[in-house]
Design a protein. Structure first.
Length: 383
């Protein structure tokens, strides 16, 4: 089929599901710390630390501190991903997969820095599907700099069938590229070292556009985009100019530190799933008129117990990261009964799917997938 995806809920026909093959480590360096700041900063276990940027002085290509990922978690994650694929297939959805990272592809290196490579797992982050166009967004984490290269076979086939295909400018991603104001103003404190010592580089150009597709909520001809830093604002500037005349961009400010798909999702025209009423109050005025589902707070027993050396990357609200396969059918983590009951109470058919280690790998079903073909078009849902 031809690429066509304008919203988050219309009947789903084709999708890409991510891969965690050969996931071996997290790279603790500036971009990683900033991206996961809100969640890492709230973890008061004494062994977490901010790897000093001064450790890179004299070696501009040196990375941060690599934290191994336990392979039993990776194996179980891949089992759960296959379960997601099987569920989607059983619902009549055509599933595509990215190219796996090979074991020898351990590092990405640019003239300014190096970092370990992350597999193409959270596909939603670095690609925005805007109708009939693939937009590779400007990465926010160094280890994911070339992640969309692993989606090239899928993108190439959609291009052959007529899709547009664009790429936001690739950032240099030196320390000077990042606006640190959000992290500084959120008062991390505790055992985390303050982010106050970015190092200079001969490649510095000042703030650059650093913007993820998961900062967007797609609503037909409208896109809501979250901005928490100058990096995000530059990315939205580019998006507005690029999509001018085809889509309307609505800016919201500091709805979260970056991604919004565990804060708010549109389940169908007129219905939002939101973390809290406070989220609704920050949305564009037309969306505040929609019905809002605010599920009960997740229970701690919904999540596996982890050892002190396991790095928690998401908040307990990660299970709000659901995937709609139609306006009345939603895939939900089977370990989230409170959310399932609330959605059923509002008339949705809930399809439970297993996903055990969502807090360790930074994503839920919406993050792990990139819907490429849905039946909907550029309708106007906000007038």
């Amino acid at each position: 089929m031809r690429l066509n995806s304008f919203d988050e809920w219309s009947p789903l026909k084709e999708i890409v599901v991510g891969s965690a093959e050969n996931y071996v480590s997290h790279e603790r360096e500036l971009s990683f710390e900033l991206f996961f700041h809100d969640n890492i900063a709230g973890d008061n276990r004494s062994e977490w630390y901010y790897p000093r940027l001064t450790s890179r002085l004299g070696d501009p290509t040196a990375g941060g501190t690599r934290i191994p990922v336990k392979q039993r978690y990776v194996a179980e994650l891949n089992e759960d991903l296959q379960g997601l694929v099987d569920t989607l297939t059983s619902l009549g959805v055509t599933v595509h997969r990215p190219t796996d990272v090979t074991p020898e592809t351990a590092e990405v290196r640019t003239p300014a820095w190096s970092a370990s490579v992350v597999p193409p797992l959270n596909l939603r982050d670095n690609t925005l599907i805007a109708g009939d166009e693939i937009i590779e967004t400007s990465p926010m984490i160094r280890s994911r700099y070339f992640e969309t290269q692993l989606l090239k076979p899928v993108f190439q086939e959609y291009f052959r069938r007529g899709a547009r295909w664009s790429t936001m400018p690739r950032p240099l991603m030196t320390d000077a590229s990042f606006d640190l104001s959000y992290a500084r103003s959120s008062k991390a404190g505790g055992p985390m070292e303050p982010i106050e010592d970015p190092q200079s580089s001969p490649y510095d150009v000042g703030y650059e556009m650093l913007f993820d597709a998961a900062q967007c909520l797609r609503l037909g001809r409208d896109i809501v985009a979250n901005i928490a830093t100058e990096n995000h604002a530059l990315g939205v500037d580019w998006l507005e100019r690029h999509l001018e005349g085809r889509f309307r961009i609505h800016r919201v400010h500091r709805l979260s530190d970056s991604h919004i798909d565990s804060m708010v999702l549109a389940l169908r025209p007129g219905t939002l799933l939101c973390r809290s009423q406070a989220v609704v109050d920050l949305l564009p005025e037309p969306l505040r008129k929609w019905d809002v589902i605010v599920p009960p707070a997740p229970e701690t027993y919904n999540f596996p117990a982890y050892a002190d050396d396991d790095l928690i990357l998401t908040s307990p609200f990660i299970d709000l990261n659901v995937l709609s396969v139609s306006p009345d059918t939603v895939l939900v983590n089977e370990a989230s009964p409170e959310l399932m009951r609330e959605l059923e109470r509002h008339g949705f058919t809930v399809v439970p799917v297993r996903h055990r280690h969502r807090r360790l790998f930074g994503g839920g079903f919406h993050c792990f997938t990139l819907d490429t073909v849905r039946e909907g078009g550029p309708e106007d849902y906000l007038d």
